[in-house]
Design a protein around this ligand. Structure first.
Ligand SMILES: Cc1cc2nc3c(=O)[nH]c(=O)nc-3n(C[C@H](O)[C@H](O)[C@H](O)COP(=O)(O)OP(=O)(O)OC[C@H]3O[C@@H](n4cnc5c(N)ncnc54)[C@H](O)[C@@H]3O)c2cc1C
Length: 465
C-alpha cells in the first residue's frame, strides 16, 4: 500500500472527530503556512497534518498511522536542516500548538510541552532568574533540539539541554503513554537523551533549571577578514583556559550594512565573535578582556544585557525560508593548518546568507561520560559547521558543491563524529558516526520500543533484534 493510496482510504472526517486539535489537508487554506519548514530548500506536502493539542491527540494519530501503515513524521517547530520533520505524503504530527510551560521555582524544574520555543521558555524561567541550556536562536523549539543534544550559551557551565532533561512523557509506537526518567523506563530515558525522535513522541519535557542572570555580559565584536588568522589563534588559546561561564563563537559571514562598518566591506566575508559570559557582568568583564581588548575591531558591542536579550541576539540573522545546506564535524584542536584552511575557504564564501563557525564544547559538556547519555561527543574542543544560505534554486548545485568542498577541506583537521542535529538529508551514512560506540545500544532500545520502525522519518536508527 503506498502512502497516497492509504490516505485516500482513510476516513479524514472520522480522524477529525477523534482529535481535539484539527486535521489540515492539502485543500485547506492554512495548509501551506503550516507545512512550511525553516529550510526553504524543501517543499514537502504531507497527505494530512494533525495539529495536536495534547497527549490524547498524539496517541490517536500514532494509532492511526500504525494501524493503517501510513508514514508518520513528528514535527516540533520545523527547524530540521534535513527537512525530515515535514513529510512528503504521509501524516505529519504537528506538535507546535502544544505550548504549555510550568516553572517550579522551589524545585528549580520546568515542565514544557513540545511546541514551546526557547524564547517563550526563557521568558517564563527568567521570571524566577532561572534558565536551562537553550538554543542560540530563540525561535527554535525545545523538541528536536533537546532530543538530539542541544548546545547553547549555558552548555559549558550547565551541560547540554539533554543533560538537563530529568524526565519525559512519551507516546510510544504502541500508542501508549509512558514516563521515562532515571528510574522508570531508564533505557528509554537514556536513548531519548541524544537519540532524537527515534523512540516515540515526547509530549512533555521536564528540565532542571539553574540560577542565571537576569543580566549577563554579552554581545558581538566584528573584525575584518584580514584579522581572522590572528583572532582565531587568540580565540583557540583563550578558550583552552576560559572559565565555564564563557562561550564565544567565531562566526564567518558576509558583514551586514551597519554604519560602523566601511561600505566597501558590506556583504563581504568578515568575522563576528559572538560572546556570552553567563556569570556576573563584573566577573565577565575581567574574564573576557583578552577578546574585548584584541586588535582593532570594526565594531565592539559587549555589554550587560538581559539574559533573554542575549538568547535572542542572533535571531534576526537566522530567518526561516532561505535555502540551506548544512555540513558539520568535530575538531579536537584548532590547529594553525585548520585556521589557514578555514580563512582560505571563507574568503570565497558562497551564498549571501552563508556562515561557517566553531562552536566551543568543553566545560560541563565534556565532563559527562560518553556512555552516560546517547550523545557521545564529549571529548572534542569544538564543533565546526558550514551552514550555507541562499535564495535562488538555480544556485543549489553550485553552492552545495562548494559547501561539500569546504567541509572536506576541513575534514583533514577533524575528528570522527558529527552532531546528529546538524546532518543534512543526504548524510544517512553518517548516522552511525553520529552515535559512535553508543549505536548498538540505541539499536537494541529501538528494537524494544519501536520494533517496526514506525518512527523512521528522522535520522533513523534501525531496530536491532
Ligand atoms: C536557526 C537554527 C539555529 C540552531 N541553533 C542550534 C544551537 O544553537 N544548538 C543546537 O544544538 N542546535 C541548533 N540547531 C539545530 C537544531 O537543534 C535542530 O534543527 C533541531 O532539529 C530543531 O528542533 P525542532 O523541534 O525545531 O525540529 P523539527 O524540525 O520540528 O524536528 C526535527 C526532528 O526532531 C524530532 N522531534 C521533534 N520534536 C519531537 C518530539 N516532541 N518528540 C519526538 N521527536 C521529536 C523528529 O524526529 C523530527 O524529525 C539550530 C537550527 C536552526 C534552524
Amino acid at each position: 500500500m503506498t502512502a497516497l493510496e492509504s490516505f485516500s482510504d482513510l476516513d479524514l472526517p472520522a480522524l477529525r472527530a477523534g482529535i481535539r486539535g484539527s486535521v489540515v489537508g492539502p485543500g485547506d487554506p492554512e495548509y501551506d503556512a503550516i507545512r512550511e519548514g525553516w529550510n526553504g530548500r524543501f517543499d514537502h506536502r504531507p497527505g494530512a497534518i494533525v495539529r495536536c493539542l495534547g497527549t490524547a491527540d498524539v496517541m490517536a494519530a500514532v494509532n492511526l498511522a500504525r494501524e493503517h501503515d501510513v508514514p508518520l513524521a513528528t514535527r516540533g517547530t520545523g527547524h530540521d536542516y534535513a527537512g525530515r520533520s515535514v513529510p512528503d505524503q504521509g501524516l505529519m504530527l504537528d506538535l507546535s500548538p502544544m505550548k504549555g510551560i510550568q516553572v517550579d521555582p522551589a524545585t528549580r524544574t520546568a515542565r514544557v510541552q513540545p511546541g514551546v520555543r526557547w524564547r517563550d521558555f526563557d521568558h517564563e524561567a527568567q521570571a524566577f532568574d532561572l534558565a536551562t541550556t537553550g538554543c542560540t536562536v530563540s525561535t527554535v523549539g525545545v523538541g528536536g533540539y533537546t532530543l538530539g543534544g542541544g548546545t547553547g550559551y549555558l552548555a559549558r557551565k550547565h551541560g547540554l539541554a539533554t543533560d538537563n532533561l530529568v524526565g519525559a512523557e512519551v507516546v510510544t509506537a504502541a500508542g501508549e503513554r509512558v514516563w521515562a526518567d532515571g528510574r522508570e523506563n531508564a533505557d528509554l530515558f537514556w536513548a531519548l537523551r541524544g537519540g532524537g525522535g527515534n523512540f516515540g513522541v515526547v509530549t512533555g519535557f521536564e528540565y532542571r533549571l539553574h540560577p542565571v542572570g537576569p543580566e549577563v555580559l554579552a554581545g558581538q565584536i566584528i573584525h575584518p577578514l584580514e584579522a581572522a588568522k590572528e583572532a582565531l589563534t587568540l580565540y583557540r588559546d583563550f578558550m583552552a583556559e576560559a572559565p565555564d561561564e564563557v562561550t564565544a563563537y567565531p562566526f564567518f559571514l558576509n558583514l551586514p550594512p551597519l554604519e560602523a562598518i566601511p561600505e566597501e566591506l558590506h556583504g563581504r566575508p568578515g568575522l563576528i565573535l559572538v560572546i556570552v559570559h553567563t556569570g556576573s557582568p563584573s566577573e565577565g568583564a575581567e574574564a573576557l578582556r583578552p577578546l574585548t581588548e584584541f586588535g582593532d575591531p570594526l565594531l565592539s558591542a559587549v555589554q550587560p544585557m538581559p539574559y533573554t536579550a542575549a538568547q535572542q541576539m542572533f535571531d534576526e540573522g537566522m530567518p526561516g525560508g532561505h535555502r540551506r545546506y548544512s555540513r558539520a564535524q568535530y575538531v579536537d584542536e584548532i590547529s594553525d593548518d585548520a585556521i589557514d584552511t578555514l580563512v582560505e575557504w571563507v574568503a570565497g564564501l558562497q551564498g549571501a546568507f552563508s556562515s561557517a563557525y566553531f562552536e566551543p564544547m568543553g566545560g560541563a559538556v565534556n565532563r559527562v561520560d560518553p556512555q552516560e547519555t546517547a550523545f557521545p561527543h564529549r571529548g572534542a574542543a569544538c564543533g565546526f559547521h558550514v551552514l550555507s544560505g541562499w535564495t535562488d534554486p538555480d544556485d543549489d548545485q553550485r553552492i552545495m558543491e562548494w559547501t561539500d568542498g569546504f567541509h572536506e577541506a576541513m575534514a583533514r583537521h577533524a575528528t570522527p563524529g558529527v552532531y546528529v542535529n546538524l546532518l543534512s538529508e543526504n548524510e544517512g551514512k553518517r548516522i552511525r558516526e553520529a552515535y559512535g560506540n553508543n549505536y548498538p545500544r540505541l539499536a537494541a532500545i529501538k528494537g524494544r520500543w519501536d520494533p517496526d520502525n514506525l518512527f523512521r522519518h528522522n535520522h533513523n536508527i534501525e531496530p536491532a533484534g
